[in-house]
Structure formats: structure tokens, C-alpha cells
Design a protein around this ligand. Structure first.
Ligand code: ADP
Ligand code: MG
Length: 613
């Protein structure tokens, strides 16, 4: 426990004992004696509140909580309620203590969740090892990571093999095996072997820095609920304070009522006039929800997106790389005019600069090294394929529409998987058959979405109708739209939104950034490693598992439920106390519960949003 908390506990105990002692003294009938004796515990417990109230008057902040508490308790002294004044201040400070402990605890648990920042990097320089902070390491240097250490920078293994714990990044608890030539990401933990890594990004651009930036910036994007509370607080406090003034002045002045009684009712108003239960607990709920989501590998870029996620009724998926693995196998090669080997070579060269999953699979299937100097100009046709100059010749690689656009009429039936056609201007060279497989978790993902109350699932793809329908039917997707260009995908999402649906689009960031941006919530997959996806989306799934979406929606609904509970509870209790207070049925004890008691309960409730299930 912090020193400041120990001090306040001591002050609470001392003032409590002093007040109890005062009860034993024979001073009940002397106002002067009561005032003198009870001022002591009052100052012990309340001097800091009084002091900040005094300071705030000079800053014009008269609706500040300290100021309101000070007026209320000094007022209580003035009307002879000495024990109440001290007791209320003790209660108030106790509440503040709990509040501070609870907020501190949830901050710490969120910080622990995000504890992926590496402290240092062991760099091999001039034949020796030196330990530097990760910021000081440059691209191309080699670092050494021992078992048990956190990987400080993104890079590629050049020596050794190990298994990595990625759970802090993706929520995936199974370790991943990595060997020479494979990419590793910062923030993961080296579990077993000693490895050497060649660094390929600076720390500022590394996965860890990007994740931390994202989570830190998420606080600036406020939800509607938070904006409502801010606006509400701006009117609530002044209204209640003016209500208190009216209550203290009007009945005694106009109707000759008892001053003391109406001032006491007014003081009750002042005590419940602080909206702190809401101002603290609502943002804390969102903060907790975002923290809980990141624990399961879902990064949410702002409270507004978490709020929107809870309202989604339609989930639209991109097919390739989202529902399917996006890791194609070359299953067959049909060449015309050239040999099979030549066709694969031409295709691999043409595709070598593209990061489309089809392109990467074709390059992977080509057994030799690619000599970049043989490749010239490249133009991509999003959703269709590309054209690249290989050995001075323009090579087109892509789907049937691309071939049609260069005047090649492909009459051949689409195969069971997918077909990539290769042609030059005026000459068809053949096609490569590739197959993609459905991700094992996709079926469950769709089922869980439906069970979680999503009304409609939709699949969009640039792929052929045959392939699209086979996959869509296997997964039980409601609506399937095949043979789309990236702009058609935007049109479909816009139409769904225009029909009043709340649409989430899930994609991999390749060819679909405009759709990610247009949807009510853009969700991208495979955040570890893909910049385009992180940039364009509102929510990033750190791994490729589509079943995370329904879990994230569930968490968002839970968070919103907590927010609503807190708003209703806090306003309800305060409203009741205001009414009872005005009618003369509430006392100061009830009022101070309406202030700090409600805040403490709301904060503890808010902390539940941290738990991801
Ligand atoms: P999806 O909508 O399924 O994510 P894309 O919009 O990325 O697919 O691509 C649509 C279609 O365009 C693919 O099915 C493929 O036929 C063709 N295509 C796109 N890019 C390439 C490429 N680099 N090489 C070959 N074919 C491609
Ligand atoms: Mg795609």
C-alpha cells in the first residue's frame, strides 16, 4: 500500500477515536464546547479537503467536489450538527480511499496486460555482446535472445531454434516453434532455445511499439456514453447547487419556514451534486473492456468502436485470408506453348513483388531463387491480378476478367479450387490450379456469431462463384457475393448500411482497406506483421482466428451493460436522495452514501469489464 493511503487510514482512525471520545465528555449542552472539541477531529480528517476548496475558490472552480463537501460540512457545523459534520467527512474520506485503491488496482491490471515492452536488447557488436535499450539498436544488427527473455525487436532468426510464447500479443496460449529464416515479433517471449535475430525494423516501428501506441491512443476516442456523461455533468452539478440555494432560501424567506431545517435539506443537495460516480466509472468500464479485449488478442482502437461493436447486427467477411487460410497450394499446372516449369517460373517472377496471398503461394511453389533484375515495371489490378514485365515481356497473371480485359477468351471451366491464368498480350500461356482451405475455426466463428445474436453473415470475394458458393455453403453463410472488385465490396457494404444494418467488415487488409474504412466497424486480421491492416481498421485481431470476433462482441455487450447499470444506479440513487432530501426524509449520512458510496460501488462494478468472459 502507498504511503498516502496509510496516512489517510491513520487520519480516519484518529478522527474516529477523537469523535467517539467527545461523546463521553459532558459537553452535550454547550455549543461552544462542542464546536471547540469536535473541530479537532474535523480538521484532522478534512484539512486537505478544506484547503483545496479554498484554493479552488480562487480558481473559480466552485462546483468542484472538495468545495461542495467543504460547504456542506461547514454548513453542518453552522446549524449545530457537529457529529454529522465530522462523520460525513470521515465517510467521505473513506470512500475516496476505496475509490483510489480500486482505480489504482484496475490501472495496474491493465498495465500488466500490456506488459509487453522489452527492457533491453543484447546486441552483437564488434565481436562482443552489449546490452542496450531497444531504441538504440539499428536495422540490420544482430541481437541475441536467451530463453526466458522477451524478444525486443522484430526480425528474422539467423541462428538457433526455439518456441515462442505469443500469448501477450495474440491471446494464443500454445507456443509457436520457430527456426532459422523465420520471422519473429517483438513482445513474444523466448521459451526454450538461444537464438540470434537479425533486426529488420527500428523499435519505433516494431510490433510492440505499434500495439502500445494503439492502446494508449484509444483513450482519446470517446464513446457516446462518455460524451453523454461529460455533457450531463456540466449541467447536473450547477442545477443541483442552484436547487440547494433555492431550497435554503425560498421556504424560510417566503413562507417563514425554519431556517435550520431548510439549510440542512440544502446541504444534502450539495453532497449528492457531484457526478463523480459516473465521471470515473464510465470511462473506467471502457478502459477495462479495451484492456480485457487486448488480453484475448483483440486490439480496439477506441471506446467508440467498442460501443459500436456491441450494436453490430451484420458481419461481412472477406473470403481469402479471412475465412480461408489464404495459404494456397499449387495443385496442378496446365501450360500451353511453354513447359510447366517455365510457366511456374514466369508466374513466380511476375508475382514476386506482390503480397497477395495467391502471389505468395505461387512464389513459394517455385523452387529456385528469384533474380530481381529480370523484373521490370509492375501494375496491380486490385481484385483481378497484376501485370509485370519479366525479361522485357509483359506478363498478366490473374483471374478470368483480367484475361478478358487483354482480349483472351478463356472458356475453360473453373476448377474445384481456384485458377490463376497467365497470359501475355495476345497469347494465353496456361493456368495454375491452386487450392485454399477453410480455416478450422471459421465454421465455429459463424455459428457463435449466430448464437450471439448476429442477424446476418455475409461473404464477399473476388473469387469465382463456384469456389465462393462451395465455401459459403460449407460455413452456413447467409449471403454470398462472388466475382467482386474492391469497389463492389464497398458498394455492398454501403447498401447494407443504408438499409439500416450495423455492419462489421472483417478482412485481411489486402485489397480491402476501403471496405474496412467504410464499415461501421472495420476488423482486420493477422495484426502481427501487417501494417496495412492495422492502419485501415478500427479493431485488430492479433492472430488469424475469426472466432475471436464473437468473443469480442460478447465482451463489448458486457461492457455496455456495465456502463448502463452504473448510469442507472448512480442517477437513480442520487435522484431518490434528492427527492427524499427535499421532502425532509434524508439525512446527511444518506447523502454522503449517495456521493462516495455510489462511486465506490460503480467503480467496483466497472472493474468487471476487465474480465474477458
Ligand atoms: P478476395 O475477395 O477473396 O479477398 P481478392 O479481391 O484479393 O480476393 O482477389 C480476387 C481475385 O482476383 C482472386 O480470387 C484471384 O483470382 C485474382 N487475383 C487477385 N490478385 C491476384 C494475384 N496477385 N495473382 C493472381 N490472381 C489474383
Ligand atoms: Mg482479400
Amino acid at each position: 500500500m502507498k504511503k498516502k493511503h496509510k496516512i489517510i487510514i491513520a487520519r480516519i482512525l484518529i478522527s474516529f477515536l477523537l469523535t467517539a471520545a467527545a461523546l463521553l465528555l459532558p459537553i452535550k449542552d454547550s455549543y461552544i464546547a462542542l464546536l471547540a472539541v469536535l473541530s479537532i477531529p474535523y480538521f484532522v480528517i478534512g484539512y486537505d479537503v478544506l484547503w483545496s476548496a479554498l484554493r479552488n475558490i480562487f480558481h473559480g472552480q466552485i462546483f468542484d467536489e472538495n468545495f461542495l463537501m467543504a460547504i456542506a460540512t461547514v454548513g453542518a457545523f453552522a446549524i449545530g450538527e457537529y457529529y454529522e459534520a465530522v462523520g460525513v467527512m470521515i465517510f467521505y474520506q473513506t470512500g475516496e480511499l476505496f475509490q483510489s485503491l480500486a482505480v489504482g488496482k484496475s490501472r495496474r491490471s491493465i498495465a500488466e496486460l500490456m506488459d509487453i515492452r522489452p527492457d533491453s536488447a543484447t546486441v552483437l557488436r564488434d565481436g562482443g555482446e552489449i546490452t542496450l535499450s531497444p531504441e538504440e539498436v539499428s536495422v540490420g544488427e544482430v541481437i541475441l535472445v536467451r530463453p526466458g527473455e522477451r524478444i525486443p525487436l522484430d526480425g528474422e532468426i539467423i541462428e538457433g531454434a526455439t518456441s515462442l510464447d505469443l500469448s501477450a500479443l495474440t491471446g494464443e496460449s500454445l507456443p509457436a516453434d520457430k527456426g532459422v529464416g523465420e520471422a519473429v515479433v517483438s513482445g513474444s517471449v523466448n521459451l526454450s532455445g538461444l537464438i540470434k535475430i537479425r533486426v529488420n525494423t527500428t523499435f519505433g516501428d516494431s510490433t510492440v511499439s505499434r500495439i502500445l501506441d494503439l492502446v494508449e491512443n484509444s483513450a482519446t476516442k470517446k464513446s457516446k456514453a462518455e460524451n453523454f456523461i461529460t455533457r450531463f455533468a456540466r449541467y447536473y452539478t450547477p442545477c443541483v447547487v442552484f436547487g440547494a440555494m433555492a431550497l435554503a432560501l425560498i421556504p424560510p424567506l417566503l413562507f417563514g419556514a425554519e431556517w435550520i431545517e431548510w439549510i440542512e435539506r440544502a446541504l444534502i443537495f450539495l453532497m449528492v451534486s457531484c457526478p463523480c460516480a459516473l465521471v470515473i466509472s464510465v470511462p473506467l468500464s471502457f478502459f477495462g473492456g479495451i484492456g480485457g479485449a487486448s488480453r484475448m488478442g483483440v486490439l480496439i482502437k477506441g471506446a467508440n468502436y467498442l460501443e459500436m461493436l456491441s450494436k453490430i447486427d451484420t458481419v461481412v467477411f472477406d473470403k481469402t485470408g479471412t475465412l480461408t487460410r489464404g495459404s494456397f497450394e499449387v495443385v496442378d499446372i496446365h501450360s500451353e506453348r511453354v513447359s510447366k516449369e517455365e510457366l511456374l517460373e514466369i508466374a513466380a517472377y511476375a508475382e514476386s513483388f506482390s503480397n497477395h496471398p495467391i502471389a505468395r503461394s505461387i512464389v513459394r511453389a517455385y523452387p529456385h531463387e528469384i533474380k530481381k533484375e529480370r523484373i521490370g515495371k509492375i501494375s496491380e489490378y486490385a481484385g483481378m491480378g497484376l501485370c509485370a514485365t519479366v525479361d522485357g515481356k509483359e506478363i498478366y497473371v490473374g483471374n478470368r476478367s483480367l484475361m478478358n480485359s487483354i482480349g483472351l477468351d478463356i472458356s475453360l471451366g473453373e476448377s474445384h479450387g481456384g485458377t490463376v491464368h497467365i497470359g501475355t498480350s495476345g497469347e494465353y500461356l496456361g493456368h495454375i490450379e491452386i487450392s485454399d482451405s477453410i480455416k478450422p475455426s471459421s465454421k465455429r466463428a459463424i455459428k457463435e456469431l449466430r448464437e450471439g445474436g448476429i442477424e446476418k453473415t455475409v461473404m464477399l470475394t473476388g473469387d469465382s462463384r463456384r469456389v465462393a458458393e462451395r465455401i459459403g455453403n460449407e460455413l452456413n453463410i447467409d449471403d454470398i457475393y462472388p466475382e467482386l472488385l474492391p469497389e463492389d465490396k464497398v458498394t455492398i457494404v454501403e447498401k447494407l448500411i443504408a438499409n439500416g444494418n450495423k455492419v462489421a467488415f472483417v478482412g485481411d487488409g489486402i485489397n480491402d482497406a476501403p471496405v474496412l474504412a467504410r464499415a461501421d466497424v472495420g476488423i482486420s486480421m493477422g495484426g502481427v506483421g501487417s501494417d496495412a491492416a492495422i492502419e485501415a481498421s478500427d479493431i485488430v485481431l492479433m492472430d488469424d482466428d475469426p472466432s475471436k470476433i464473437s468473443r469480442a462482441i460478447k465482451l463489448s455487450k458486457k461492457t455496455m451493460r456495465i456502463v448502463r447499470q452504473n448510469i442507472i444506479f448512480a442517477l437513480g440513487v442520487k435522484g431518490i436522495i434528492l427527492i427524499l432530501g427535499a421532502l425532509g426524509y434524508a439525512n446527511m449520512w444518506v447523502a454522503v452514501f449517495g456521493d462516495v458510496g455510489v462511486a465506490v460501488i460503480a467503480i467496483f462494478n466497472a472493474m468487471r469489464s476487465l474480465k474477458s468472459n
